[in-house]
Design a protein around this ligand. Structure first.
Ligand code: RIB
Ligand code: CA
Length: 307
């Protein structure tokens, strides 16, 4: 019996791979798009492209066009202006579902009591849903989120992009009381894609695999330009795999809070990993290790099974 998942995302190269893994390894109930890697109109279009290419009967809903209180910021340096730089993008023939993302997510959670919310973009939609309906925190089986770090950031020295883009939203989520599973950069940088692995994906031969390989070509080139090495972390699939393949992970229970006022530390996740003293009561299952080889095999299995 597949685990039911609602995927909130900002496609984004790694977000699209998260869609494909969820479509194969879970019951993908719905997708909501949020402003993040690219503006909302692009993240919606890119999510539609993903479901179209994989021939998925999964609704895509448009969510927040900007963070709760801050201006929208994007990550074109990694994902390109379209949000899916690299491959020639197909004409979008699918249409987004007219129900707004927050309403659709709340309805999906109301309709069943075993739904996992996987959030792999800025947490604006999730925070809005939790604010509108606080009982969502208990209703959901859990929230598996890609965001934050206990070590260095990526968009700044201190902060990871998803949390940095909307720190106020992230704090609402960490304070919500939901069953939280956090894949921060310290985890996601253990699941790496390089050119050798890209060729394994391309050799799968299907439309989705070929498209994914072209996305990954662009993705590792962006990392080569930004960080000097043609190796990229597959952030977002980690948060899907944490739900579908929990055996691939090690974790700790920790308290996580979000810095919202710091001039240099805006969006930093403060993870209390003290072993002694008076550590804050844990509110999060912090993923600390991933079986990189096992995760890649799960990705290959998904991409090889789709059209
Ligand atoms: O910092 C990595 C995160 O930011 C990933 O979710 C990536 O898709 C971008 O949204
Ligand atoms: Ca993302």
């Amino acid at each position: 019996m597949s685990v039911p998942i609602w995927l909130d995302c900002d496609p984004g190269h790694d977000d699209v791979l998260a869609v494909f893994v969820a479509a194969h390894a879970a019951e993908l109930v719905g997708i909501s798009a949020v402003s993040g890697n690219a503006p909302l109109h692009r993240t919606v279009a890119n999510a539609l492209i993903a479901v179209q290419l994989a021939e998925l009967d999964v609704p895509v809903h448009a969510g927040a066009a900007k963070p709760l209180t801050r201006e929208a910021r994007h990550a074109a340096h990694i994902h390109g202006e379209s949000g899916l730089g690299g491959p020639v993008l197909p004409e979008v023939t699918r249409r987004a579902d007219p129900t707004p993302a927050v309403r659709a997510l709340l309805d999906a959670a109301e309709a069943r009591d075993d739904l996992w919310l996987v959030a792999v973009g800025p947490l604006t939609n999730v925070a809005l849903a939790l604010t509108l309906e606080p009982a969502l925190a208990e209703r959901l089986a859990g929230i598996s989120l890609m965001g934050g770090a206990w070590g260095p950031g990526n968009i700044t020295a201190a902060a990871e992009f998803n949390v940095w883009a909307d720190p106020e939203a992230a704090q609402i989520v960490f304070e919500s009381g939901a069953n939280l599973v956090m894949a921060g950069l310290d985890l996601t940088h253990q699941f790496l894609i390089d050119r050798e692995r890209i060729e394994r994906v391309r050799a799968l031969g299907g439309r989705v695999a070929r498209f994914s390989a072209e996305l990954l070509d662009f993705f590792v080139e962006a990392y080569e330009r930004s960080y000097g090495e043609a190796i990229g972390p597959l952030h977002d699939p980690c948060s899907v795999l944490a739900v579908t393949h929990p055996q691939l992970f090690a974790s700790e229970r920790r308290h996580v809070a979000v810095e919202r006022r710091g001039e240099l530390t805006r969006g930093m996740t403060v993870v209390d990993r003290r072993s002694g003293g008076m550590p804050e009561a844990p509110n999060t299952t912090l993923l600390t290790r991933i079986d990189d080889a096992g995760a890649f095999e799960a990705l290959v299995a998904a991409l090889g099974a789709l059209p």
